[in-house]
Write a protein that binds this ligand. Structure first.
Ligand SMILES: [Mg+2]
Length: 185
């Protein structure tokens, strides 16, 4: 777990303190990127329980969380249900557009959203979100584009690290988010 991944940059610290929506890529961020395929096509992924606890803390503090993935599968829905994730977008072909759509859904300015990613499709969401984080083993272009690179690898506590940084960057609870329009899936 990181001590303080935000470093000393006051601009980044201020931007992170305003975040209300945490947008998470799934493969390589919430998982180690491994996909286990059974002979019958069943798919398995390994999630990190520490990330799950961090997400619960973030939600308790009033934060919103969304999963945004280019893949499609029941595993993601199951994990999202387990963690009471506020919104899930699977099969995304344009994460930038989908990140904007998520912000609109919750009435949140994109500057108050953070995208956590590991690979090139995440860069379009980086371009529209006010805050960005890459996991330690993200592809180099994603690490270079991120405000913060976690010490932990994807699926190994990186999301927990981001949440601790987010919660540590503010002195008070998160301002209550706008009322969702009910179309959240
Ligand atoms: Mg990924």
């Amino acid at each position: 777990m990181a001590g303080d991944v935000l470093g000393a940059d006051p601009a980044i610290r201020a931007a992170w303190s305003r975040v209300r929506l945490l947008i998470l890529d799934v493969d390589g961020v919430l998982t180690d990127g491994g996909i286990y395929l059974g002979a019958n096509g069943a798919e398995f992924k390994r999630f990190d329980v520490k990330d799950g606890f961090g997400i619960a803390q973030w939600r308790r503090a009033g934060g919103l969380v969304a999963m945004l993935t280019g893949r499609q599968g029941e595993v993601v829905e199951a994990r999202a249900r387990e963690l009471s994730i506020d919104a899930v977008i699977q099969g995304s072909r344009d994460k930038g557009a989908d990140a904007v759509a998520l912000c609109r859904r919750f009435g949140i300015d994109p500057t108050a959203a953070i995208m956590v990613g590991d690979d090139l499709p995440d860069l379009s969401a980086f371009a529209v979100c006010g805050c960005t984080a890459a996991v330690a083993d993200a592809t180099p272009a994603v690490r270079a584009a991120a405000q913060v690179v976690t010490l932990a690898r994807g699926g190994c506590g990186a999301v927990r690290e981001v949440i601790e940084a987010l919660l540590g960057s503010r002195s008070e609870g998160i301002v209550a988010p706008g009322v969702p329009d009910g179309s959240v899936s």
